[in-house]
Write a protein that binds this ligand. Structure first.
Ligand code: C2O
Length: 550
């Protein structure tokens, strides 16, 4: 293992998309941001220097951060943001992980432009458990607003209404030729015939789960959220914001006399407030030698068929196919006994129109709010981890997050008029090594979308999922404790539930939230405190000297 140094200069950059030029916040002037590459076991030292007016913090999405919560990144959870003119070195070691992850800004909506791939190669000499790829290519999905996304979210929060949808989806930062004024801005994947490519797919979009497909080609899924899975073939993959998926693409045995679209568009179970346009890139085969004349001809371009926007049956089947590899080398260590059970309702609701705001633009003159167990999480103005470490939780948070919903929820019944959402900075406190089972039930009182729930600091096993009400007496008998997929972000299906298990073996304060950014902004978030264990190597490390102050 080695130590790798990176420098992230947070700076403005002019970028033109859809015929409009605007100044955006970037890392090193790049959009999408630079690629971080390391090996399992390496230490990373990433110096982030803030040259812009916005406060910033960066999260290394999916990195376990064992005992190094100070480097996790969510603003006001594990650190105060890095202020203008200041810097902070994120210092962490990659333990027991390899695969595709990513990094993104973790404050307000800055992740709309501040994001990039984080690639962990296996230890030197350790092969992949699948065909060695000829080349690996990261493909990162995003969203583009012609307006300033910071203005979009602050307006939504002030008025209590929904934010404007983005103007385009992007593929490696490019909207592609199906959008107006974007013909030249297409990502081109250039391949050779008869080879295997590893595509590292990352969904960095803010608010949409996406289908992705390549015309006339099959994809073999081999990894999800940087954990190997049992390989399976599919024409289309489904990927939620926050998730990463590695697929193998086997190219045609010989030059196909055609080019192919790679396209992505949203999977939305809700009621169509979403943009339904499609981002496209182009899969282009290299010409075989001595075919100069071929280049003169225009090759036919094939387009894939993506599932319908609301194809829940495809989505359910796809998620069912994801299983841990669970072999001798990569066993699935599913917690078999459970110390603590939690049942969380997650969903959208409303808050009464606030006093200072006479024109609430949410449903029936209210303000949108999102909650877990009827609590809409209020961010503190100092970092939770520091309060925890100093033993001064008083006044910053309370350790009384409800283990069950405040009002019992019945999906089949009439939704309650009052969802009794209240604001609070409530946390769950877990002793070290608690084995946790968490069932998350979507309430779908307003809108109806899957919620991609992301847990910081851990991977969890997705032991069960279903539609309708979770049945505490019947459903656990059907849990898969053998080869459930292990990941860090899982969709709570619209009108259904998902059950996860994890071992709380990482001391610190760990954020959990919906990775639909608007739902996080509305309060669909909470945090777990994991206490230190008894042994010296079971304790949170002390904070670094340069940890930002609020
Ligand atoms: Cu990828 Cu808390 O986020």
């Amino acid at each position: 293992s080695i130590t790798r140094h990176y420098k992230f200069d947070i700076q403005l950059q002019n970028v033109t998309r859809l015929c409009q030029t605007k100044s955006i916040v970037t890392v090193n002037g790049q959009f999408p941001g630079p690629r971080i590459v390391a090996r399992e076991g390496d230490q990373l030292l990433i110096k982030v220097i803030n040259h812009v007016q916005n406060n910033i913090s960066i999260h290394w999405h999916g990195i376990r951060q064992l005992r190094t919560g100070w480097a996790d990144g969510p603003a006001y959870v594990t650190q105060c943001p890095i202020q203008t003119g200041h810097s902070y070195v994120y210092n962490f070691t990659i333990v027991g992980q390899r695969g595709t992850l990513w990094w993104h800004a973790h404050i307000s909506w800055l992740r709309s432009t501040v994001y990039g791939p984080l690639i962990i190669l296996p230890k030197l000499g350790v092969p992949y458990p699948f065909t060695k790829p000829y080349k690996a290519v990261p493909i990162i999905f995003g969203e583009w607003w012609n307006a300033d996304p910071e203005a979009v979210i602050s307006q939504a929060l002030q008025t209590g209404g929904g934010p404007n949808v983005s103007d385009a989806y992007t593929l490696n930062g490019l909207p592609g030729p199906l959008y107006n004024c974007s013909a030249k801005d297409a990502f081109k994947l250039k391949v050779e015939a008869g080879k295997t490519y590893l595509l590292r797919l990352i969904n960095a979009a803010l608010n949409d789960e996406l289908f992705f497909s390549i015309a006339n080609h099959t994809l073999k899924v081999v990894e999800a959220d940087a954990v190997y899975v049992k390989p399976f073939e599919t024409h289309t993959i489904l990927i939620a914001p926050g998730q990463t998926t590695n697929v193998l693409l086997k190219t045609k045995p010989s030059f196909p006399n055609a080019t192919f679209f790679l396209t992505a568009r949203p999977y939305v179970t809700g009621l169509g407030t979403f943009d339904n346009s499609t981002v496209a890139g182009i899969l282009e085969y290299e010409f075989p030698p001595n075919t100069k004349t071929l280049k003169m001809k225009k090759l036919p371009l094939f387009k894939p068929n993506l599932p319908a926007l609301n194809d829940t049956s495809f989505a359910t089947k796809f998620n069912d196919k994801l299983r841990s590899l669970n072999n001798a080398q990569f066993p699935a260590n599913v917690p078999k006994k459970v110390d603590k059970r939690f049942f969380f309702t997650v969903g959208l609701g409303t808050n009464p129109c606030s006093q200072h705001n006479q024109t609430c633009q949410g449903p029936n003159g209210t303000m949108f709010a999102a909650s877990i167990n009827n609590i809409s999480f209020a961010m503190p103005n100092t970092a939770l981890l520091q309060s925890h470490f100093s033993g001064q939780s008083n006044g910053v948070y309370t350790p009384d997050f409800p283990t069950n919903p405040i009002i019992p929820f019945n999906y089949t019944g009439v939704p309650p008029n009052d969802t009794m959402v209240s604001n609070g900075t409530k946390l769950v406190v877990l002793p070290f090594n608690t084995s946790v089972e968490l069932v998350m039930q979507d309430t779908s009182i307003l809108g109806a979308e899957s919620h991609p729930l992301h847990l910081h600091g851990f991977n969890f096993f997705v032991v069960g999922q279903g539609f309708g009400n979770f049945d505490r007496n019947k459903d656990p008998a059907k849990f898969n404790l053998v080869d459930p997929v292990e990941r860090n972000t899982v969709g709570v299906p619209s009108g259904g539930w998902v059950a996860i298990r994890f071992l709380a073996d990482n001391p610190g304060v760990w954020f959990m939230h919906c990775h639909l950014e608007i739902h996080t902004s509305w309060g669909l978030k909470m945090a777990w405190v994991v206490l230190d264990g008894k042994l010296p190597n079971q304790k949170l490390l002390p904070p670094p000297a340069d940890l930002p102050k609020c």
